[in-house]
Ligand binder design. Structure first.
Ligand SMILES: Cc1ncc(COP(=O)(O)O)c(C=O)c1O
Length: 444
């Protein structure tokens, strides 16, 4: 079989262009739209000129996204960017992959909404079966949600019904979402929890990332939690990969303490780390969690998430008595499910191999850059197509802004914003990636 390559896009319709930026970014149309947003959106949400200026002394609005294809995003002023964020890791098979667009269009015309738990829709049934086949045994039964946070809520609730206990052990830097339950497990960041400190409780017990076997065992025996929740490759908290054997140690500790192990693979699932799921070192260590949360790249663009568990763990909920104990209006949204089925087909058709090749190239080119400029960069973190480049002197935000002007979309990550976080669409081409690394060096 030919070596997988990423010199060209997998489909001619995937955006494989280099950036094209005319004039200052954001342009006049973008600025006008952001002014309108400032009047009508809760001010806590989008970082706008006034707030950024106060914090950083540099006035800068975000660009307004207008359309996207593959790894390319166009803004309201028709500037073309290369998206190194992959839309927070959502655009796994690229923005607007033609196969996903076709599946979504067909489904939108046929049936947009099912009747949740009352009357299931065909695509939800098909996706539940496909996910059981996609994930390792014994993960076999699913609870669908619309957002990543909802998948985490479902996992936490499942852990409570399965163990009869509450409480969760989690890890420093972990990010699991913003809804109250997910927030209570998220260590990233204290500011997110502070206003709700009296409402989110009980908070998780947070252990250091990479905590020793002794401290994990001690925390489990002291706190008797329902679950340990971990991102097997930590994303927002700083693209941190665990040491070999660490996830296996967690598995063993949970088994001995009769505590469920939850993998939050909302960011890393679906090829991001070079595996279908079981990211970080989980696949190499042969570790399977009791509950697995997926979202983001599952659909490559549509709000659908999944919490998947074994038959044994899910049976703790008991059979439905007519009114479901856990459901939502958009449960297993047919359009989202159609997108996810198309994404799975693409992964089975070579996207995973492409992700691995891209990920290796990302790692080696960032390593070369870090070695060439040790004055500006520390180490390279992460795995596969989730990489973090440690930046010295708190310069990550300045570098992101400079790259934006050159047509590359990038975000910092880490509790101190200490890394540049690269999670591009898995269809990104070699020329797009190499152009980004050259642009980063030029920004220095
Ligand atoms: C690991 C992880 N878990 C959960 C979430 C929350 O997902 P959502 O924002 O879709 O609620 C995120 C979002 O970034 C995430 O990265």
């Amino acid at each position: 079989m030919a070596e997988p390559t990423f010199d060209a896009p997998p489909d001619p319709a995937c955006g494989a262009a280099l950036p094209q930026v005319d004039g200052p970014v954001p342009g006049p149309e973008g600025r006008a739209l952001v002014d309108l947003l400032a009047r009508h959106e809760c001010p806590a949400i989008t970082a706008r000129r006034a707030r950024r200026s106060e914090q950083t002394g540099v006035g800068q609005d975000p660009i307004v996204w207008e359309r996207a294809r593959g790894a390319n995003v166009w803004d309201a002023d028709d500037n073309r960017f290369v998206d190194l964020t992959g839309g927070f890791g959502v655009a796994s098979v690229g923005h607007g992959h033609p196969a996903v667009v076709a599946a979504v269009s067909e489904q939108a015309a046929r049936l947009a909404h099912g009747l949740g738990d009352a009357f299931p829709a065909r695509r939800r049934i098909e996706l539940a079966a496909a996910l059981a086949a996609w994930t390792p045994d014994p993960l076999e039964q699913v609870i669908f949600g619309s957002s990543g946070s909802e998948a985490v809520e479902a996992a936490l609730k499942t852990a409570v019904v399965a163990t009869g206990r509450g409480g969760v052990v989690a890890f420093e830097g972990g990010y699991h979402g913003m809804s109250l339950g997910a927030l209570s497990a998220s260590h990233y960041r204290e500011a997110f929890r502070r206003p709700f400190a009296d409402r989110v409780g009980p908070l998780a017990t947070w252990l250091p990332w990479g905590a020793s076997a002794g401290s994990v065992a001690a925390a489990l025996s002291e706190h008797r939690p329902a679950a340990v929740i971990v991102e097997p490759l930590q994303g927002r908290g700083g693209c941190r990969a665990p040491a070999p054997g660490w996830l296996a140690m967690l598995r063993g500790a949970c088994d001995r303490a009769d505590v469920l192990l939850i993998f939050d693979e909302i960011f890393t699932g679906f090829g991001r780390a070079g595996e279908r799921v079981l990211s970080g070192t989980a696949a190499a260590d042969g570790v399977v969690p009791d509950l697995l949360c997926l979202g983001k790249g599952l659909t490559s663009g549509y709000p659908l998430s999944a919490c998947i568990g074994s038959v044994q763990v899910m049976s703790a909920w008991g059979a439905s008595q007519g009114e479901s104990l856990h459901t939502s209006t958009f449960l297993g949204h047919p359009v989202g499910c159609a997108a996810a089925l198309a994404v799975i087909d693409l992964f089975e058709g070579g996207m995973l191999e492409r992700a691995r090749t891209l990920g290796e190239h990302m790692g080696s080119t960032l390593q070369t850059l870090a070695e060439r400029r040790p004055d500006r960069f520390g180490g390279v973190r992460g795995r596969g197509a989730m990489r973090g480049l440690e930046v010295r002197d708190g310069a990550s935000m300045t570098l992101c802004r400079a790259l934006l002007q050159r047509g590359y979309l990038l975000l910092p990550a880490g509790l101190e914003g200490e890394v540049l976080s690269f999670t591009p669409p898995l269809v990104t081409t070699r020329a797009q990636w190499d152009g980004a690394v050259d642009a980063l060096e030029a920004c220095l």
